[in-house]
Design a protein around this ligand. Structure first.
Ligand SMILES: [Mg+2]
Length: 265
C-alpha cells in the first residue's frame, strides 16, 4: 500500500455509532469537529449500516447536537439496499420486509411495497419486533424463489449498556431456516460507500473512510480502494486494531484526535 499523504484527502466518510456518538451521548465537541472539517474544505458524508432511521432523522439529531447538515450528507444501508433492488427490479413491486420504519419508507420511495402475499425479495434489517411468524414468512418466500437481501451484517451495535443484537442476527436466523445466504448492501460491501462517493463527487483515493469497526467500516473502505482510519471510541480496542490485516492507514483515539492529525501543518 502506498504511504498515505494526508494532504491528498479531500473528503471524509464517517461512520456514526461509535464515531460521532455512542448511544445517546455525542463523542467530543461535535460543533467544533464539524467546523474544523468545514474550515479545511473537506467534504463530509456520514454512512451508517443502521437501517432503522432515515437521513432526515439523523439530520435532526445532528441539529440537536448543534451541527447543521443536509439530508444528502447521510447514507444508510436502507438506501444502499433500495438502490440495489431498484437496479434489479426497476419497476419496483412487492417485497417482504423484516425491519423497522426507516427501511419501509426508504424502500417505498423506490417503488417497493411490503406484501404478505407475494414478494420479489425478502429484505431484512434490524427488527426489534422480530417474531417466529416473520421468520416463517421470510423462509416461505425465499423457498418460493424470492431473492434474499440484507441491509447490513453487524451482529451487534454499541450502546451505553454494552453490545446489543444487530441486524446480522436477523440475517443469520433467516439464513439458518432458508439455507440461503443474503446479498448484503451495507458495509463491508461497497454499495453504500459508492453511493457516498457519488454524492460527494470525489474518488475513493481522495476520501478517508473513518469507522470504529474493523470488519465493516475498515474492510468496506479497503474494498472500495479508499484510505481508512480506525477510531477507538467505539467497539474496537487498540490491540485488536493493530492485529488487523490489512492494517487501517491510521488509528486514532477519536474523531477529534484524527482531525488534529489530518489538519496539522
Ligand atoms: Mg460504528
Amino acid at each position: 500500500m502506498p504511504e498515505l499523504n494526508l494532504k491528498n484527502i479531500n473528503a471524509l466518510i464517517l461512520d456514526m455509532d461509535g464515531v460521532i456518538w455512542r448511544g445517546q451521548e455525542p463523542i467530543g465537541d461535535l460543533p467544533q469537529i464539524f467546523a474544523t472539517i468545514q474550515q479545511h474544505g473537506l467534504g463530509v458524508v456520514m454512512a451508517t449500516n443502521n437501517s432503522t432511521k432515515t437521513p432526515p432523522q439523523y439530520i435532526e439529531r445532528m441539529a440537536g447536537y448543534g451541527v447543521s447538515l443536509e439530508a444528502w450528507q447521510v447514507v444508510n444501508s436502507s438506501e444502499a439496499t433500495a438502490a440495489y433492488l431498484h437496479e434489479k427490479f426497476p419497476a419496483g413491486g412487492p417485497v417482504y420486509i423484516v425491519g423497522e420504519g426507516g427501511l419501509f419508507s426508504t424502500l417505498e420511495a423506490q417503488g417497493f411495497y411490503h406484501s404478505e402475499t407475494e414478494a420479489l425479495a425478502v429484505v431484512a434489517g434490524l427488527d426489534k419486533n422480530l417474531t417466529y411468524e416473520k421468520l416463517m414468512q421470510a423462509n416461505a418466500f425465499i423457498r418460493a424463489g424470492a431473492i434474499f437481501v440484507g441491509t447490513n451484517p453487524d451482529r451487534t451495535f454499541p450502546t451505553p449498556n454494552g453490545q446489543v443484537p444487530g441486524a446480522g442476527v436477523m440475517l443469520a436466523a433467516i439464513e439458518a431456516t432458508s439455507y440461503v445466504a443474503p446479498i448484503v448492501a451495507g458495509k463491508p460491501q461497497t454499495g453504500m460507500y459508492a453511493l457516498a462517493l457519488q454524492r460527494l463527487g470525489v474518488t475513493a483515493a481522495e476520501t478517508l473512510v473513518v469507522g470504529d469497526r474493523l470488519e465493516t467500516d475498515i474492510a468496506g473502505g479497503q474494498n472500495i480502494g479508499a484510505p481508512t482510519a480506525l477510531v477507538l471510541s467505539g467497539v474496537t480496542t487498540r490491540a485488536q486494531a493493530t492485529e488487523w490485516q490489512p492494517a487501517p492507514d491510521l488509528i486514532a483515539d477519536d474523531l477529534t484526535t484524527l482531525l488534529a492529525m489530518l489538519t496539522e501543518d
